[in-house]
Design a protein around this ligand. Structure first.
Ligand code: SF4
Ligand code: SF4
Length: 233
């Protein structure tokens, strides 16, 4: 993204709308900090710039990788997935991705207002490689992992994005080790992250994850979100 300095009138509308505060007023002109801009295009789409000074510019590799992890209007080219994670984390009732005896796990790095560098992904994935997890093929993050030791491409590590979601499934007995890794990584990581766990309700209406998390010392405050599965046949 770029702002044409010779056109900008300094009204400030784009500054308040940028989700990562990457636009500053310098003199009487708005200026984008290239390091912090995640290429979400919110300023371009929503600032209503009165003089049309905000322009999309052609991005080269690896900077253009910021777009699918930040711009909600784009679709990831490799996975065909729109947005930063796959739908199945919310709609297992429709797709049945996570079977009995399995947990689905998501780790979302960064949020609007904070963002994340892609290098934070590797802090988790190199440790998960030792445990053995099954990554979701259609997750945009999975496409970044280049070997079975969980590394990501060196040249993309400093790219900054709005958020990235690691998605995988595991046999239920591996969850304690996964959560140990979360505890190990939390001191190294330089952004916010949240962990989601998908578990099936058993036929006797019990849920095995809540007691397990409590036993491991996590405070569990379940929230309900009901997807009634009308989206697919
Ligand atoms: S909205 Fe347009 S005119 Fe106003 S500060 Fe931003 S770029 Fe400049
Ligand atoms: S593209 Fe997004 S991150 Fe970059 S300056 Fe515009 S609103 Fe901010």
């Amino acid at each position: 993204m770029e702002i044409k300095a010779d056109v900008c009138n300094g009204c400030g509308q784009c500054i308040i709308i940028c989700p990562v505060k990457a636009i500053k007023m310098v003199g009487k002109k708005a200026v984008i900090d290239e390091e912090f801009c995640v290429e979400c295009s919110v300023c371009y789409r929503n600032a209503n710039c009165p003089v049309n000074a905000i322009r999309m510019k052609k991005l080269n590799w690896p900077r253009k990788l910021r777009i699918p992890f930040s711009n909600v209007t784009t679709t990831h080219k490799i996975t065909g997935v729109a947005g930063r994670g796959t739908e199945e984390m919310k709609t297992n009732d429709v797709t049945n991705r996570y079977k009995s005896g399995e947990f689905g796990v998501s780790i979302e790095l960064g949020r609007p207002g904070v963002g994340t560098k892609l290098r934070n992904i590797e802090l988790f994935t190199t440790k998960f490689a030792e445990i053995g997890v099954i990554y979701e093929d259609k997750s945009p993050v999975t496409a970044l992992i280049v070997d079975d030791r969980g590394h990501i491409n060196e040249e993309i590590k400093d790219e900054r994005v709005l958020s990235a979601i690691i998605e995988f499934k595991i046999p239920t007995e591996k969850l304690p080790r996964i959560l140990e890794v979360v505890r190990e990584v939390e001191d190294e990581i330089d952004t916010v992250f949240s962990v989601g766990i998908v578990s099936r309700i058993k036929e006797n209406n019990t849920d095995e994850v809540i007691n397990l998390l409590s036993d491991l010392g996590f405070e569990v405050r379940p929230n309900a979100k009901i997807n009634i599965g009308l989206g697919r046949p």
